[in-house]
Design a protein around this ligand. Structure first.
Ligand code: ADP
Length: 658
């Protein structure tokens, strides 16, 4: 080592002379760092000052006491201090600095004349970062200061980073804890985690000790498994009971959480990161909603059965009265019967809804033609279609659209759509049923030109209890269940149902799409054939027939029979309304009951003839009286035929065809 570099006291002046006045050179972008020299020897101070000024801002103090003042004033990054000094020596200075949090981190180099390992160990034990024995090399000192400053800078950066991580950890919007080792010792837990477990002393304690109430809840076992397998575990809305209340009582909580194994560089699991998000409110709300829903289903089922029980004997009693030919208060009875049937229909809807909700609907599937199902549905819906004087157009091929379906249930779906079309369309509207094959599906469409459906309602129309305000105001007595049932039944058939409307007042279209049966239909049974023959496709020679009977059921039965044979029919239940309908309907045929209240059949026949003028109008009397005198009287009154109840449909058909 060259003599010029030996920092014996005093140092070689020449070697350092050349650089005394040099500019302080600091790494670009770095604040120049400060070095404080503490030595009672003026030569030594001067030497060190010269040496270090090349790179750093240098300040000097003569002893420990002055140094403490200088520290407060200049905040040095490194202190190079002699040991033996008056007032406060190097060790005392070091102790004072280390005792103060503000100065604890200042790098400290002890310079001492005491050589040997023991002295060095003493210095380092007192908290010095370096210990140099005089004489020392100037270059070595520079290198030591450099490396201390570098270490300090790295530490500051690392501390800053750790602090940032710590603050992210502390402020994370989820609860986080770090568990260490196979017994899952809490190493860290952020504020949210602490709050989540009820602010208990958990750090440094194994989880079985820190959270003993988890015993028997499967949590410890889960952590053991994650630790052993190194596989993470994701918990979704899992239920845990924690003692976190002020009284330490058990509280039911729900969490979404992750147990993430922390794998060391050697590939071995060291611990587990727990990230938890409490979802107790959500989980409880969901459970409450599910309970409420179940209670509602049970209530509906119970209500349905309770209502149906008294309805059944009412209907039976009415039927018995009719069978016994009891004719008293016939009108009132008809009202009771109609209303009771309406109630039965409502109750049936309720029961269907709860059956669907409880998965109790069993389909009795078989191969059927779409036409068969549609015919049944039209039969069901025809009373309301007729009552509202709608024109029903049917475009359904009698065969070629085979389905695998429960005819009753699917018929119910289509009947529902038809009934709705009739309900939500003003009097005398257009209702259309159309069925066709589209790719591998059969599409049955029911459309109307009625009140239509607002855009915002369309997505909800198949939900339970949904009714549009507009429909409510002209309430048709439904419960808003029909379409929900229709949807469930269609889904059970592997099909879909959709609603379309061009808007309020512009009609609605409902289409049911069902898979077509690939296999050829088996030979049709005689029953199926007769059913299909009854499909009300308007025929070329179809007649407009006005049926007038004060017995509503009798009129309807006859109307349905004729409609199913492909005729257009209208019903009236008394003379004056028959005359009114005839004005716009211009019937080809009138089937008139004779015993009508008020205006009897004879008078009605005469008036109809009068109004028809020269137009062809055939009138058939339909009556319970079959004496020759009765027949005579009918013919005299202008009837073409006199038919006695019950009417033979074949005879009627042949008379109509004549
Ligand atoms: P309900 O007829 O008993 O009210 P639905 O479930 O059958 O119940 O129908 C639900 C609602 O859908 C009805 O209240 C009505 O607002 C609307 N809707 C159904 N069909 C039609 C239609 N053809 N035209 C207009 N609105 C309809």
């Amino acid at each position: 080592m060259p003599a010029a570099d030996q920092a014996a006291v005093p140092a070689s002046p020449l070697a350092d002379q050349t650089i005394i006045d040099a500019e302080v050179v600091a790494p670009p972008g770095d604040a120049v760092q400060r070095v404080l020299i503490v030595d009672d020897n003026a030569d030594m101070r001067a030497y060190l000052q010269r040496l270090l000024q090349r790179r750093w801002h240098v300040h000097a103090a003569r002893n420990g006491r002055e140094a403490l003042d200088a520290v407060a004033a200049v905040r040095p990054d490194v202190i190079i201090s002699d040991v033996m000094m008056p007032h406060v020596d190097g060790f005392q200075l070091l102790a004072a600095l280390r005792a103060n949090p503000e100065t604890r981190d200042i790098a400290f180099i002890l310079l001492s004349a005491r050589a040997g390992e023991e002295a060095r160990v003493d210095g380092l034990a007192a908290g010095a970062d370096e210990y140099l024995t005089k004489p020392f090399s100037g270059r070595e000192l520079m290198a030591r200061v450099d490396s201390l400053l570098m270490r300090r800078r790295i530490r500051i950066i690392a501390d800053g980073f750790a602090q940032r991580m710590q603050s992210v950890f502390a402020q994370a919007p989820v609860a986080i804890a770090i568990l260490n080792g196979p017994t899952h010792v809490f190493e860290q837990a952020n504020a949210l985690y602490q709050r989540l477990i009820g602010r208990r002393e958990i750090l440094g304690r194994p989880i079985r000790d820190a959270l003993p109430e988890l015993e028997g809840q499967g949590i410890y076992e889960l952590l053991d498994h994650v630790y052993r397998s190194g596989q993470p575990y994701l918990g979704h809305s899992e239920r845990v009971e924690l003692r976190r209340g002020p009284e330490g009582e058990l509280e039911e909580c729900f969490f979404n959480f992750v147990y993430q194994p922390l794998i060391g560089t050697d590939g071995v699991t060291e611990g587990i990161a727990v990230v938890s998000f409490e979802v107790t409110e959500l989980a409880k709300a969901k459970r409450a909603a599910e309970t409420a829903n179940r209670v509602k289903d049970e209530f509906l089922a119970m209500l349905g059965h309770e209502l149906r029980n008294p309805l059944a004997p009412i209907i039976t009693a009415l039927q018995l009265m009719r069978l016994r030919g009891i004719t008293v208060a016939e009108k009132e009875r008809a009202i009771i019967e109609r209303q009771a049937k309406h109630l039965v229909a409502l109750v049936d809807d309720l029961l269907d809804v709860s059956r669907v909700a409880q998965g109790k609907v069993q389909l009795r599937k078989k191969q059927v033609e779409a036409a068969e199902v549609i015919a049944k549905a039209i039969e069901t819906a025809s009373p309301i279609l007729e009552e509202k004087l709608h024109r029903l157009t049917i475009e359904v091929p009698a065969s070629g659209l085979p389905l695998e379906a429960d005819p009753e249930r699917l018929g119910q779906v289509i009947a529902n759509l038809l009934t709705n079309a009739a309900k939500y369309t003003g009097r005398g509207g257009e209702v259309r049923v159309h069925a066709s094959r589209q790719a591998d599906s059969v599409v049955i469409m029911v459309s109307d030109n009625g009140i239509g459906i607002a855009d915002h309602m369309l997505p909800h129309i198949f939900d339970l209890f949904v009714q549009e305000a507009q429909a409510l105001s002209r309430s048709q007595g439904g419960l808003g269940l029909g379409l929900a049932i229709a949807k469930s039944m269609t889904t059970l058939h592997g099909g879909t149902i959709r609603a379309e409307s061009d808007g309020v007042g512009r009609g609605s279209r409902f289409s049911v799409t069902l898979p077509i049966v690939a296999a050829p239909m088996p030979a049709l049974s005689a029953g199926a054939l007769s059913n299909m023959a009854a499909l009300p496709l308007l025929r070329d020679d179809s007649l407009s027939i006005l049926i007038v009977d004060d017995n509503v059921d009798a009129a309807r039965m006859l109307g349905e029979t004729l409609a199913l044979s492909g005729h257009r029919t209208r019903l009236a239940f008394d003379g004056p309304s028959a005359l009114e309908i005839a004005e716009e309907f211009t019937p080809d045929v009138g089937l008139l009951d004779i015993g009508l209240p008020g205006m009897d059949g004879y008078e009605l026949a005469a008036r109809l003839r009068e109004r028809a003028g020269g137009r062809s109008l055939r009138l058939f009397a339909i009556t319970g009286y079959g004496q020759e005198t009765d027949r005579q009287r009918s013919l005299e009154a202008g009837f073409d035929k006199h038919l006695v109840k019950p009417i033979d449909p074949k005879l009627l058909e042949s008379l109509l065809g004549a």
